[in-house]
Ligand binder design. Sequence first.
Ligand code: SF4
Length: 436
Amino acid sequence: MTSRTDLVEELMGRFPHVPREAVLKEDLLRGGLAFDDAALTDNEHGDVKPKSYFIFSFDHRTLPELGTAALRRPPEEIVLTGGPYELRRTVVSVRINPSSPYRVGTDSDGRLRLFLDGRPIADVGLPPMPAYYRHTLANGKSVMEVAPTIQWGYLIYLTAFRVCQYFGAKEECQYCDINHNWRQHKQAGRPYTGVKPVDEVLEALEIINRHDVDRASQAYTLTGGSITSQVNGLAEADFYGQYAQAIEERFPGRWIGKVVAQALPRADVQRFHDYGIRIYHPNYEVWDKRLFELYCPGKERYVGREEWHRRILDSAEIFGPRNVIPNFVAGVEMAAPHGFTSVDEAIASTTEGLDYFMSRGITPRFTTWCPEPTTPLGRTNPQGAPLEYHVRLLEAYRATMDAHGLSSPPGYGPAGPGRAVFSVSSFMDTLPSTDS
Ligand code: SF4
């Protein structure tokens, strides 16, 4: 039987121009990793920054199935270096899978290492607890709950609305556990604010701004579930826009403002821009028409794929094409029973989508699919997509970008192996090096 090590090394050999760091990172993101108890955090009371569960669970098991990791959170991210593959510094978001062949634990010298199939393959660095996480809001809420940071502190992730109004099997995207994640944190008795008051967000940002003396935080993302009717009397553009307006009034230009929202009509997109947002992520999720209809039934019913794409193009006239960065969920193209059964077909379809947008100056980006167990696609595909798909996507992404004369999108920090901080896919680790 082929081991996971064999698979990883075979792909590193076949695709030598894809950084080895990116091959490993994709494998960790698609399949998760286990943690020895000694490598877990002491939640908000220790020296290591804990996993904040900033929007989805991004775990391969439900919270009650995580064992000690449900009581003592794993770190938000890890950084890998060295080892037999001579890894340059690689930041990886933590997705827990107790049965993964990857395990973080200590070696006989007491050093923290990443093991694959029992063999140490990298040194592991943990994110230090940021000074701003040691403070609370006046009402006792933690900064981690209200304004967590990810990407090694680069991005403040503001999930203003913790549930989605696409609800239930006929509307929720088939790979998304936002609503389940909200339920499971509530059931575990964890603080998990459904709708974050604007005042709390401002107070948390004040604390971050005061204590982030190195100015590691460079951007904020406003996001949450889709709003098909209203929240607190506001439709989607005004609900998410009110936070940007308040942030820009209080901290003008301190961070790059981004919003992940639906592809909205032009007038609403203009309001996002007027509120002070500078980067717009109207995520198209999956390119193939049939798969979009099957996987995103709510979006298909309320907006429709063609209209969604038309609105993405329209928004480029408001934000500028460079600042429209729609996401897709890399890997769901190959999910059984409806997805492509060959990597060739899946890559061809995804590349068609990249071409469509990049030929118009719009640079999509992707997150690596985590098959969460409470989602329909996660249940039927617990292994996720083949690693070969993810490696070839990195190759196709860079080639398409080069063909259209584009470079790494703004708002993601530095690009290049050894420099990237974007932690939920390795597209930034694969692009030519830049400083910001
Ligand atoms: S629109 Fe889809 S992906 Fe986005 S939060 Fe709702 S269910 Fe999840």
